[in-house]
Unconditional design. Sequence first.
Length: 403
Amino acid sequence: MDKEFSVDSDGLHQAVDLMSRDFSYAEGLHLPIELPQLGIGSTAALNSLAPNILGGAARLGEATSFAHMDPPTPWITWAMTLWNASLNQNLLHPATAPVARQMEQRVIAWLAPFFGMDGGHMTPGSTVANLTALWSARECAGVTQVIASDGAHLSIAKAAHILGLKYLSVPIDASGSMDAAQLPTDLSKSALVLTAGATSTGAIDPFDLVGRAAWTHVDAAWSGPMRLSGYANLLTGIELADSVAVSAHKWLFQPKESALVLFKDTGKAHAAVSFGGAYLATPNVGVLGSHGATATALLATLLAWGREGVAQRIEHCMDLARRLRDFVANDERLEIYAEPQSGIVVWRPKDDRLFDQVLQQLPVGSTSTTSIAGGRWFRNVAANPSADIDLLIATIQKALAVC
Ligand SMILES: *Cc1c(COP(=O)(O)O)cnc(C)c1O
């Protein structure tokens, strides 16, 4: 037996010990330019990569991390990822991944009802979830066009392009939501995509539009997990959609790549995107071929935290966003783009000359920028329950004072 393929407790313990070491960014990337002829061994590789990998990454759970939709991940998911990598199951083959397949089915069965859906499957992200849903829409409802708002994620236009469907973009209103008055009247050949939590602004499209088109897909990549929280009613109407996409690697705190595509009628939707193969015991559903056991990390998190544990963390993130919103709204040097709807705060100094100066003073990873209708804005995303909002506010105040 080649021992590289068995459990090396010392090596794995060392990997864990290295995680709590403080590597500075300065250590740089010391890698051979050419593919090495001879290996240095696993332990040496581990030690040589630690400063690069562990020191060269943003820490998404640190106090000022408030810029992007990428959350810190709970340690139980690290353990599951380790097990997954060692087992390397392929959910394409029921015979070799019997339990992993059931785990994915169970996690889907736990989550789908929050969205009024009856099933679905996991994908590596909502980009693929959106593509899969619109592929089903084309097969099941014969749609020839995809309609979404100007605030929709680029993956919607990308999916329409791949599927050979026309793409129509509808203007947004002042809050960043789809302006329903600008929709075409005949939606009988259209898949209407409503965004729950636009990437730039967090805006939620009007859900009274669900059901008006031949197929309604809700892109809930960001804010979908609010359905498990006290904010569930902000997405009322989602339960009437034909399909829903949710990124678990955003507000369900999962390591990438983890997302769900859910369907109202999964039997029909899956049948429309299934292919058989001589070597396959069951048909291959959806876009992916080989498919890993990502579900186990999500299942473990939900088992560890329960719905309440997820809800508390999302609600806490919403509180952090609310505190930042209140600060911006009460400082007359600043303006807010619109009332935050799903934990994303978009704001800027009223005086555009201060924009770059303030940005330079803010810690890397604390604030991102976005462009809306040609205007530049700062954007904060409440994906980190450990963020220290007082510290961030103090930092913004200091940056303004310097200007
Ligand atoms: C992030 C995001 C996506 C894409 O999801 P990935 O998981 O990054 O592929 C799609 N739609 C919205 C609204 C998003 O915020």
